[in-house]
Design a protein around this ligand. Structure first.
Ligand code: AMP
Length: 416
């Protein structure tokens, strides 16, 4: 029987891994440049964490979680998003008492049972960053600058940044009532999905892609007109500071994010190179989340960004990812005795960081030369019977074809 990978998952093959390593390195280096430290949390959490943190009326908790009962009867869920687990770890490990502010990042798999399509997987990789402990609007700005810098360093310049504010919890509650009553008076024009969301997650009606829904919501009351002065000033500060720092953006009342924990600023990065799944990344502020998870009231803001989508867009923009380094020296042993000597030399060279490769298939001399060529090795080192006697092999440069007799222990000195 042949096995296939589960629907919506992917294999990253060695021929593509250099791209992943390169992008992962850019993500880590850039994020650390901004002063963030990595945090790693378990792949699965207690299901209740997501119900409580993300909200039962959201798409994630409502229909996308990989939830299972383990042998001890506990309900566990594969991590569908990064913020709730990071905040759980923050509270559980008493991080607040270590420092009043934490800048944290993650780069890891997320699991969501969604309908697979281009750019949408059931296991995808996200990098995300969170600033916990401060409600200063510069935190929001800093995170947006970080995401932008990562995209830029991956060769992506022309994404769109959309911003909105969904206010404090109470402002949002009041606004949702106003929105509900407007939508109810136009209910006959709404899609079935939006009719359902109207009751369960009203704000999400605003980000429906259905054209008729959009006609209705174009004319809906806007949340920015219903914010208190503190929230409004906060939002204006974020917007003005981004303008001052030269970050292009647009304000869009449809950016509401799906999850319950958001407050004030919400944002999304979109790319036209992604087709219908056009979100590169998104995030926002979540000032009530930590308290909801049993911690002291603590403000926070963060974003998550899909790495598969980042790679898709970088590729479309012709980004040079760099290639896996070729082995420097390919060893060709012409007898069993010579192979033993080769392995001794390779052991010593590898300790000195010289990458070495050799044949493990018993191929002919000609086939081994072809392999060294295919692998792009800069040198081959050949040991036959004569060379064994002299304790000197033939060091051949693949670029020039020059061949120099070189002592077994003197290879490093003779390669560039
Ligand atoms: P979200 O929390 O849903 O906004 O996700 C944050 C980012 O993760 C999105 O902007 C996407 O780039 C990426 N993402 C979310 N879900 C998926 C998925 N099913 N497949 C691939 N990438 C995803």
């Amino acid at each position: 029987m042949k096995f296939r990978r589960p629907k919506g998952t992917k294999d990253v093959l060695p021929k593509d891994i250099a791209k992943w390593h390169y992008v992962e390195r850019i993500i880590r280096e850039t994020t650390e440049l901004f002063g963030f430290a990595e945090i790693r949390t378990p792949t699965f959490e207690n299901t209740e964490l997501f119900k409580r943190g993300v909200g039962t009326d959201t798409d994630i908790v409502g229909k996308e979680m990989y939830t299972f009962e383990d042998k001890g009867g506990d309900s566990l869920t594969l991590r569908p998003e990064g913020t709730a687990p990071v905040m759980r770890a923050y509270v559980e490990n008493g991080m607040q008492s270590e420092s009043p502010i934490h800048k944290l990042y993650y780069l890891t798999s997320m699991f969501r049972h969604e309908k697979p399509q281009a750019g949408r997987y059931r296991e995808h990789t996200q990098f995300g960053a969170e600033i916990v402990g401060s409600d200063h609007y510069y935190c929001d700005v800093e995170l947006i600058l970080l995401a932008k810098e990562v995209y830029n360093r991956c060769g992506i310049q022309d994404f769109r940044l959309k911003l909105n504010s969904i206010g404090k919890a109470e402002e949002r509650r009041n606004y949702v009532e106003i929105l509900k009553s407007y939508l109810n008076s136009n209910i006959e024009h709404l899609s079935e999905e939006s009719k359902r969301r109207l009751e369960t997650n009203t704000l999400r009606v605003l980000d429906s892609k259905d054209m008729n829904d959009r006609k209705v919501t174009d004319l809906a009351p806007k949340i920015l007109d219903h914010l208190g002065s503190e929230s409004r000033t906060r939002f204006d500060n974020v917007v003005n500071e981004l303008s001052r720092l030269g970050v292009k953006h647009e304000v869009d009342f449809r950016i509401v994010r799906g999850l319950d924990y958001y407050t004030d600023t919400t944002f999304e990065f979109l790319s036209d190179d992604l087709g219908s799944q056009d979100a590169l990344g998104g995030g926002g502020r979540y000032d009530g989340l930590i308290e909801q998870l049993g911690g002291k009231p603590t403000p926070g803001v963060g974003f998550g960004s899909g790495v598969e989508r980042l790679i898709i867009v970088a590729e479309k923009n012709g980004f040079a990812f760099g290639e896996q380094k070729a082995p420097l020296v390919y060893f060709i042993a012409l007898s069993d005795e010579a192979r033993k000597i080769c392995y001794g030399i390779m052991r010593d060279l590898r300790k000195l960081d010289v990458s070495c490769e050799t044949d493990l298939l018993g191929r002919s001399f000609k086939a081994q030369m072809r392999e060294a060529n295919k692998l792009n090795c800069r040198y081959v080192y050949i040991i036959g019977d004569d060379e064994l006697q002299k304790k000197k092999g033939q060091l051949k440069s693949m670029a020039t074809g020059d061949q120099v007799e070189t002592e077994f222990g003197k290879i490093k000195e003779n390669i560039e």
